[in-house]
Design a protein. Structure first.
Length: 202
């Protein structure tokens, strides 16, 4: 499946509500230690936030219509990139058969933050850091998406290497919504094997 880019993913009223929620909820924290994101070093990285899980659940029909499959939502992951943060090259786990990367806000708002999707290629001149080894590896860039507020890209996170170079933004708010095929080999990953959405993974 080729990645699918959607310029305006959410109805504007819903986007404005969620953007305001993010800014109010996460701009008034005195400490971010409980939400520190180990993957990027960002101050905010949250699994299973109830608002984001609700958004994921309600977005399921939209994703199904775009990829022509019936899906189970698995989990959401909310992140705020700070200036200098990046996302090193990696693939996702089985619960991320289909990934939606959705931008929920940015400052500056008019400068895109690219997400790259591709394959490892030892012969490529382009290199970036591998998440597991923290060493440079060759990569073939198949797609580069200029992400701005309310834009989304649907791709197969389990199959495709993806990454981001260092952010130039004061903040870049994003959420990853993950799904699996109801009839596929990872259907047992429904709700990320939790009893319901919006709860912690035990």
């Amino acid at each position: 499946m080729k990645p699918i880019f959607i310029k305006d993913f959410l109805p504007i009223q819903l986007f404005n509500f969620i953007n305001s929620y993010c800014l109010i909820e996460y701009s008034n924290k005195n400490t971010f230690s409980e939400a520190l994101d180990s993957q990027t070093g960002s101050f905010i990285g949250l699994y299973g936030n109830p608002v984001m899980e609700t958004l994921m659940d309600l977005s399921t029909p939209v994703i199904e219509s775009n990829i022509n499959k019936k899906l189970f939502p698995t989990y959401s992951y909310f992140r705020i990139y700070d200036k200098g943060d990046d996302l090193k090259t990696h693939t996702d786990r089985e619960a991320c058969e289909f990934t939606v990367a959705l931008c929920l806000g940015a400052d500056p708002v008019d400068k895109p933050y690219n997400i790259f999707v591709g394959e490892r290629d030892d012969n490529s001149d382009y290199k970036y850091y591998n998440q597991k080894t923290n060493k440079l590896e060759g990569l073939n860039i198949e797609h580069k998406f200029n992400m701005i507020p309310n834009s989304a890209v649907i791709f197969k996170g389990q199959d495709k290497v993806h990454w981001r170079e260092p952010s130039i933004h004061d903040h870049f708010i994003t959420v990853f919504l993950h799904y699996v095929d109801q009839e596929g080999p990872h259907k047992d990953e429904k709700y990320d094997k939790r009893d319901s959405l919006g709860v912690s993974k035990t």
